[in-house]
Design a protein around this ligand. Structure first.
Ligand code: APR
Length: 184
């Protein structure tokens, strides 16, 4: 499914994030940025050891964290077919703090788009951040993610192409319903 919103196009597709030929691939990372499973594992496996080496060179706080939740860090892309990997740390879902985790999910998408614009990227591919190990309900995550993207794309720094790459047909259908319902 594709839809023009603001200054660019939003596209939803089923596929593997590591196979996307875009300027920036968004990683569903954690605050330590030392790799993991899911998207993080796939991106590091496809990018090769240079990606982890670059992550390790980023400064850490007292807790060993390289990127706070809701923020992003940008690195080169190693062997991936992209110019940059934007490491995005989404929130771990917690129903006791729904407002906070929803704000963090919105923030991490806005941060990734701003980082892509800062690096003069014309295209970016997002996974469904926080909807796997971090257990964010995917229908709500889709609505938040797409609304955050639409807000950015209505602004002066819109990217030409924003993709959401969903791993399963079921997840794609959830995002398609959310995009169809978006009132932008
Ligand atoms: N391509 C696209 N989407 C994928 C891929 C892939 N190769 N692999 C998994 N997904 C999907 C999952 O099905 C889920 O819908 O990406 C979504 C995000 O899942 P996770 O990768 O588990 O990311 P997240 O929920 O944000 O949890 C991040 O998991 O892997 C660790 O180090 C990572 O601690 C971090 C946490």
């Amino acid at each position: 499914m594709k839809r023009r919103i603001g200054g660019g196009q939003i596209e939803l597709l089923r596929g593997n994030i590591v196979e996307q030929r875009v300027d920036a691939i968004v990683n569903a990372a954690n605050t330590w940025m030392l790799g993991g499973g899911g998207v993080d594992g796939a991106i590091h496996a496809a990018a090769g050891p240079a990606l982890l080496a670059e992550c390790k060179r980023l400064p850490v706080d007292a807790g060993g964290r390289r990127c706070p939740t809701g923020e992003t860090r940008t690195t080169a892309a190693g062997a991936l077919d992209a110019r940059y990997v934007i490491h995005a740390v989404g929130p771990v879902y917690d129903e006791r703090y729904v407002d906070e985790v929803e704000q963090q999910l919105r923030s991490v998408h806005a941060s990734a788009l701003a980082a892509a614009a800062d690096h003069e990227c014309a295209s970016i591919a997002f996974p469904a951040i926080s909807t796997g190990a971090y257990r964010f309900p995917i229908a709500r995550a889709a609505a938040i993610a797409l609304d955050a993207v639409a807000d950015f794309q209505r602004g002066p720094r819109a990217l030409a192409e924003v993709r959401f790459v969903l791993f399963t047909v079921a997840d794609l259908a959830v995002f398609e319903r959310a995009l169809a319902a978006l009132d932008h």
